[in-house]
Design a protein around this ligand. Structure first.
Ligand SMILES: Nc1ncnc2c1ncn2[C@@H]1O[C@H](COP(=O)(O)OP(=O)(O)OP(=O)(O)O)[C@@H](O)[C@H]1O
Ligand SMILES: [Mg+2]
Length: 255
């Protein structure tokens, strides 16, 4: 699968012993677990133009965060080819929260997992913002601009009518914080029964924390017990129904 870039990869992470596609694939990339004599790594490969750009962003974010206290994979390198890009990072143990919730055997276990997600996100949103992850202008304006570009290029399911509605009905601003930017249960890893790490961090920035919260609760917003568990951990702010709709049913449609 690696072809001509095998040597380049081995310079970065050591001689390859095994390489396998992992079971839980995402929608926008191929992910492979690689072992070398130095350790275990992940190679994430993207093909389509839009996703290759995201992967490049993810690489930049991981590079900026190297050595910082935010729990994300370690950055090992980024390789561009004519038809695909590859991100090399540490392989992190654990399952996605989506998977952990699927295999949880009791309501108590589910609630505990969700509460730990709330706690984890609360702590992250309280982390001092990292200067180089700030946008030049307002984060939400940037997202709406980007959404417009996707609409014009026909690269999104979101419609121009929805976008116009979002532009005309922006929620009142709140204090910007560190945000993950695609904070679903698919993009956090659970280890020892607790959410402990973010993955898929292309959208990590200084932005509107209500976006993270809305996406975080998206998978269980119709379950009062789960919502309570989440907000037992996430104590800094509760999104309103209107905010939830704006971010989860609105803005997220474009990304
Ligand atoms: N550094 C890592 N260590 C261990 N597993 C990982 C790592 N990065 C990704 N994974 C695994 O690979 C899967 C896909 O990764 P990721 O979410 O980054 O891909 P994606 O294609 O961007 O996904 P999507 O676009 O669907 O959100 C994850 O669900 C997770 O199981
Ligand atoms: Mg993902």
């Amino acid at each position: 699968m690696l072809g001509t870039i095998k040597t380049e990869i081995e310079t970065l992470i050591g001689e390859i012993q095994t390489i396998h596609l992992i079971e839980e694939q995402g929608c926008t990339s191929e992910v492979r677990r690689v072992t070398t004599q130095k350790g275990t790594y992940m190679i994430k490969t993207a093909f389509m133009d839009r996703y290759r750009k995201w992967l490049q962003k993810e690489a930049k974010v991981l590079q900026v965060l190297n050595g910082k206290a935010i729990p994300v994979p370690r950055y090992n390198g980024f390789i561009e080819e004519s038809h695909r890009n590859h991100l090399l990072m540490s392989f992190e143990n654990g399952n996605t929260l989506t998977m952990a919730l699927k295999t949880a055997t009791s309501t108590t276990e589910k609630s505990r997992l969700i509460r730990s997600f709330g706690l984890f996100l609360n702590k992250f949103h309280e982390t001092p913002p990292i200067e180089s992850l700030k946008w030049y202008q307002d984060w939400l304006d940037e997202q709406l601009n980007q959404a417009q570009i996707y609409v014009e290029k026909g690269q999104t399911d979101g419609t121009i009518e929805l976008l116009n509605k979002l532009m005309a009905n922006k929620p009142l601003p709140v204090k910007q914080t560190m945000i993950h930017g695609d904070c679903t249960t698919d993009n956090v890893l659970v280890l020892d029964g607790k959410v402990q790490r973010f993955i898929d961090v292309a959208g990590m920035a200084v932005g509107d924390p209500r976006y993270d919260v809305s996406l975080a609760i998206g998978h269980f917003s119709d379950n009062p017990l789960h919502l309570k568990a989440f907000y037992d951990g996430y104590t800094r702010y509760k999104v309103t129904e209107r905010e939830y709709q704006y971010f989860n049913d609105g803005l997220y449609e474009f990304f």
